[in-house]
Design a protein around this ligand. Structure first.
Ligand code: CDP
Length: 225
């Protein structure tokens, strides 16, 4: 049986680091849907296509071939993993992610991936839209300051020079746009397990989630393929 795990939550809640750990532990594929929205933003910015130009965006998206290779996002043969985490992309991504045509296209790609593989997917609308029937759903939260601090450290470690205040501002702005957009806004699915990661380490959160997953798998006599 296919295992489908949905992880949602606001920016910087630790979703992607934790999802990677769980993917390894259960030997399933990790799909970072935020990276896909970021790639759309990156290519639109490169080609000077604004978020108001739906036709331009559709044409552009249709020319992009995206796939994950060992957690790296490859678009038209180019590894864009480092480029898409740059602050310029972070500032613009939610604008592009609010465009109906962009969401429809990526939602379909993500659902196709989940039909082929056992997956853990993280994003904003996984439990509520992409994997509405996921085997198990999680919703990760943490205070905005804690999330900004994590993102600040992560970027500095990667040699990307940023200011804490500007990261906090970006996170607050994105949270607002993501939870107020018309189409599939960020919200907790009714059947999602909420975990506040403010006072837990990444490993502790992954441990709590793994226990939930294992217990549910046992209950349903499930093994992964
Ligand atoms: O890693 P971080 O929490 O900063 O965000 P991300 O997961 O990389 O997502 C970047 C942006 O993509 C979000 O702020 C959303 O605007 C958008 N997104 C979305 O709309 N739906 C998803 N399933 C995933 C991301």
């Amino acid at each position: 049986m296919k295992l489908t795990i949905a992880v949602d939550g606001p920016a910087g809640a630790g979703k992607s680091t934790i999802a990677k750990l769980i993917a390894e532990r259960f030997n399933i594929m990790y799909i970072n849907t935020g990276a896909m929205y970021r790639a759309v933003a990156l290519f639109a910015m490169r080609r000077n296509i604004g978020s108001e130009d739906a036709d331009g965006l559709i044409g552009m998206i249709n020319s992009l071939e995206m796939h994950f290779d060992k957690n790296k996002l490859i678009v038209n043969g180019e590894d864009v993993s480092e480029l898409i985490i740059q602050p310029e992309v972070s500032k613009k991504v939610s604008e592009y992610a609010a465009v109906k045509e962009v969401r429809q296209h990526l939602l379909k790609l993500q659902q196709d991936m989940s039909k082929k593989y056992s997956v853990i997917m993280d994003g904003r609308d996984i439990g509520t839209a992409v994997l509405e029937d996921a085997f198990i759903k999680f919703y990760l939260i943490a205070s905005a300051e804690e999330r900004a601090l994590r993102r600040y450290r992560e970027l500095m470690e990667k040699g990307i020079d940023v200011e804490f205040e500007s990261i906090l501002e970006d996170i607050n702005k994105r949270d607002y746009t993501d939870s107020h957009r018309e189409l599939n806004p960020l919200r907790k699915a009714a059947d999602a397990i909420e975990i506040d990661s403010s006072k837990l380490s990444i490993e502790e959160v992954a441990e709590v989630m793994s226990e939930h997953i294992e217990n549910k798998m046992k209950k349903y006599g499930m093994t992964v393929n």
